[in-house]
Design a protein around this ligand. Structure first.
Ligand code: A2P
Length: 310
């Protein structure tokens, strides 16, 4: 996907990336999944300071270069994210430097504000309670993001888990507008309004949990077990996961399915040589909608986290 012209430099971003958010990230498991993924043609990898996968991803990239699986680091698109405890103007650059060090890289392709909330600097680990949070200085943090971009530490900058209301506010003062908003999006959280707004503002939407975070404690919608999706999959001779991913692709978003399994990694990029029908789309539009991450990372209700947007 190529972001159309806007005040910031347009970015090109591979449609499918490998997500690395998992409840537990084992270095060797992540590393071998990334190497396998690169061999299969994945060029986009999504990580975050919070996931515990930056180190393994960095090792895998170094090994892929050494093995000649890729000619240069520039062949990859690497995203990382600023964690809530570093969501303060003076802590952003050190946090980004730390991510770069873990990844053994000298620049990111995309750096995102992970959540629109700030935790006290010493509160790196969840669970959070209300006393852990402090007011979020978006203007100051975004200025630090722009500085990171100017310093060449990241080719583009963006946000994650921002509502339309929060994006509108950001766009109203940003010198460099966000390139991306990464949000929960799948057949059970279709994000129609947010996508329309992002399209109008040339902001690329990246869908996290495209398979509904199958198998995790957040998996409330069971999208891969949805009977309609299973039926559509059967009609096309595809898997339920491929139907979910193809549907996202046809919405014009980028997507980051997570799998550390060779067969499923392969399955998840084989979505480009077939398409869903109009009838499939009409049925998928009717799927009951529900957000998994209602309380964000805080684990308790924050009434303005998504500003009442569904
Ligand atoms: P695994 O790593 O064992 O493949 P999401 O991308 O929505 O966060 O979902 C990730 C979850 O979905 C992981 O538990 C992953 O398990 C599982 N998964 C990924 N790809 C597939 C697939 N093609 N079929 C079934 N499950 C999948």
């Amino acid at each position: 996907i190529r972001q159309p012209s806007s005040k910031s430099k347009p970015i090109s971003m591979p449609v499918i990336g490998l997500g690395t958010a998992a409840e537990h990230n084992d270095v060797e498991v992540v590393k071998s999944a990334v190497i396998e993924a690169i061999k299969m043609g994945y060029r986009h990898f999504d990580t975050a300071a919070q996931y515990g996968s930056e180190q393994a991803l960095g090792e895998a990239i170094a090994e892929a270069l050494q093995l000649g699986l890729i000619a240069s680091r520039d062949d990859l698109f690497i995203t990382s994210k600023l964690w809530c405890c570093d969501n303060h103007p003076h802590l952003l650059l050190p946090a980004l430097q730390n991510s770069l060090q873990c990844l053994k890289l000298d620049y990111l392709d995309l750096y995102l504000i992970h959540w629109p909330i700030s935790a006290k600097p010493e509160k790196r680990y969840m669970p959070y309670s209300e006393e852990c949070l402090v007011p979020f200085d978006l203007k100051g943090v975004w200025a630090a993001m722009e500085e990171a971009h100017r310093l060449g530490l990241t080719k583009s900058i963006g946000v994650s888990n921002f509502s339309c209301k929060k994006l509108k506010n950001l766009v109203s003062f940003a010198t460099i507008p966000p390139s991306v908003n990464q949000v929960e999006m799948n057949i059970a959280m279709q994000q129609k309004n947010l996508r329309e707004y992002c399209k109008a503002k040339d902001i690329i939407v990246t869908a996290y949990s495209p398979l509904g975070a199958k198998g995790t404690k957040w998996d409330i919608n069971q999208v891969l077990d949805n009977e309609l999706i299973k039926q559509i999959a059967q009609d096309h001779g595809k898997t339920a996961a491929q139907v979910c991913l193809r549907w996202l692709f046809e919405q014009g978003v980028t997507l980051i399915p997570k799998s550390y399994n060779k067969e499923r990694l392969k399955q998840n990029i084989e979505i480009f040589d077939w398409s869903l029908t109009k009838d499939d789309h009409e049925k998928i539009n009717q799927v009951k909608q529900d957000r998994m991450f209602k309380d964000g990372p805080a684990g308790f209700p924050l009434p303005d986290l998504f500003d009442g947007e569904t």
